[in-house]
Design a protein around this ligand. Structure first.
Ligand code: GAP
Length: 440
């Protein structure tokens, strides 16, 4: 099987309109990317799959959408202003910049090869700073949030009161986060602007020891449901020197990316650190009063924190395959039908004799059920290849028999099998095939 490289994924993303470099006509911007027509569908579908899993399938999880800009006291309380730093070194010869924990400081510079050329490590805060209003002083300083989690913590009391939630319960949120990353290589893996899908589970102190393994198991199972190969996923527990400043215990779900095993999602036991800090800094009571027992306590938090944009790269890497067929080759994306950017492509065998008009009408009708595509240009084999390459699970072909009996050929992406069905059965056939989907 041909090797899946990051270059192949980047090239497919550009060629087919999944992801482009940001402001490309001006030479791009480090660590920033734009999602094209197929990329935005894929990203939104992964987001929706996660949202449904968290807020619909699980009990007692509600959603919020907090603003990106928050009172800067939030980031003082959370510890990000003083602790959210990476150690950074510069090469004195070529001026390249590295994270001190990612290179051998006694070895040669990875860029120019000179030895002994690094500056002393300096701590570099990862938050982007800006100002609200016309004057740029301390009082007007605001930060672009580096995680979505804090927007949940500061709304804990609002949600308890307004949605009448009882501990244990969760709050889910999806949104943009920003980090001034020193190293942004590996495409969208580590970018300065990215999206996170986070869920904060509020529980009684002590019960975190039960909920922490529960959420680890749930989160790993989620990736299986999304059709990801389980042998490409594993756990990594943080050692004492890796633990974030807020965590009592932490595990990463790692995925075998084309560049090796890397973090995809973190599951953290944050104890009562965050709510205690917000209570201290805001002066507001963050205690929860249990209505059954009258006990009062600051809840512990188990957090599940996944990168949405990093999930996009993971899903593309996992789905990508170059297949050698009997008399041809094809690139195919084995995407789960629930997240594929296009669900059904309608292809008339010929443009002439009324086939194109019939197919176009059918495609319009099917839009009420799925995201569809209509493609009339080129030989039918080439059109199948184009759909395979973007992961469209089902192609429906309109031919001369269709005009006589209103049947079409439905072709399955992974097996390439074809079968004849009536047009009115297409939605039910697709639903059945979706439900039976298994990653090949
Ligand atoms: N609230 C906890 C938190 O933010 P994290 O481990 O720093 O924890 C969680 O980030 C997830 O967010 C990571 O597992 C990763 O998927 C994603 N992520 C973090 N930094 C990122 C970046 N610079 N670019 C893309 N995704 C990133």
């Amino acid at each position: 099987m041909a090797e899946v490289t990051l270059d192949k994924i980047v090239s497919l993303c550009k060629r087919r309109g999944f992801i482009f470099p940001s402001s490309e006509i001006y030479g791009g911007l480090n660590g920033a990317y734009d999602y094209g027509p197929l990329g935005v569908n894929l990203k939104n579908n992964i987001r929706d799959f996660w949202w449904r899993e968290m807020t619909q399938i699980h009990d007692d999880i509600v959603g919020i959408d907090a603003s990106i800009l928050m009172n800067s006291q939030v980031w003082k309380a959370s510890g990000h202003v003083s602790n959210f730093t990476d150690p950074m070194v510069d090469c004195k010869v070529c001026h390249a910049r590295f994270r001190a924990d990612q290179i051998d400081l006694k070895g040669p510079c990875p860029n120019c090869g000179n030895k002994g050329s690094f500056t002393e490590p300096r701590n570099f805060n990862l938050m982007f700073v800006t100002h609200i209003g016309p004057t740029a002083d301390d009082a007007s300083t605001v930060y672009l949030r580096p995680e979505t989690a804090q927007g949940i913590y500061v709304n804990f009391k609002n949600v308890v009161t307004s949605a009448r939630m009882k501990v244990p319960f969760g709050i889910a949120q999806v949104g943009k986060s920003f980090r001034n990353e020193i190293t942004t290589k590996n495409f969208i893996f580590r970018s300065c602007e990215f999206e996170q899908m986070e869920m904060q589970w509020f529980c009684k102190p002590g019960t975190d020891d039960t909920w922490f393994p529960y959420w680890r198991e749930q989160r790993m199972a989620f990736y299986g449901k999304m059709g990801i190969r389980v042998d490409h996923l594993r756990w990594h527990q943080h050692g004492p020197d890796e633990l974030a400043f807020y965590a009592k215990d932490a595990y990463d779900i790692q995925y075998l990316f084309p560049m090796g095993w890397q973090e995809l999602e973190g599951v953290h036991d944050r104890t009562d650190y965050d709510l205690t800090q917000h209570q201290k800094f805001s002066g507001k009571d963050m205690n929860y009063l249990d209505p059954m027992t009258n006990e009062k306590y600051i809840p512990y938090i188990v957090e599940t924190s996944a990168g949405l944009t990093r999930n996009v790269l993971m899903v593309l890497s996992d789905a990508y395959e170059e297949q050698q067929l009997k008399d041809d080759t094809r690139v195919v994306l084995h995407l789960h039908p629930a997240i594929a950017p296009i669900k059904v492509a309608v292809l008339p065998l010929q443009k002439k004799d009324g086939l194109a008009e019939y197919a176009s009408k059918l495609e319009h009708d099917l839009r009420h059920y799925f995201v569809t595509d209509y493609d009339v240009s080129g030989a039918i084999g080439r059109r199948y290849r184009r759909q395979d390459e973007v992961g469209t699970p089902y192609c429906v072909t309109v031919d001369y028999d269709t005009l006589k009996d209103n049947t079409v050929t439905i072709r399955y992406r992974d097996s390439m099998e074809q079968k004849r069905i009536r047009i009115e059965d297409i939605p039910a056939e697709v639903a059945k095939a979706d439900a039976a989907y298994k990653r090949v």
